[in-house]
Design a protein around this ligand. Structure first.
Ligand code: SF4
Ligand code: SF4
Length: 82
């Protein structure tokens, strides 16, 4: 199960919204600012957290520890896709 939140120090740039590759975007824009709207579609790829310039994405994946290095997470995702 994935827990994803945006911290109060979010700058509102919409990088997380723009990069989310989930089949249905986890974020939606409210007055141009991303909010977590559909957390059930998050598969913990970590892109939003990795690219957020304010480090404001709080992401925990209780099944696959999120603290794997970014490259390892991407590799494991790619393996599942092919
Ligand atoms: S990328 Fe980070 S700073 Fe930008 S809107 Fe998303 S959470 Fe906020
Ligand atoms: S971790 Fe990946 S799937 Fe989940 S919200 Fe961030 S970019 Fe989208």
């Amino acid at each position: 199960m994935v827990k994803i939140e945006i911290a109060p120090w979010c700058k509102g740039c919409p990088v997380c919204y723009n990069v989310c590759p989930a089949p249905v975007n986890v974020f939606e824009l409210v007055d141009g600012v991303p909010k977590v709207a559909r957390p059930e579609y998050c598969f913990a790829c970590g892109l939003c957290a990795e690219l957020c310039p304010a480090k404001a994405i709080i992401l925990e994946d209780y099944e696959k520890p999120y603290h794997l290095p970014f490259g390892e997470r991407v590799k494991s995702l790619v393996k599942k896709m092919i």
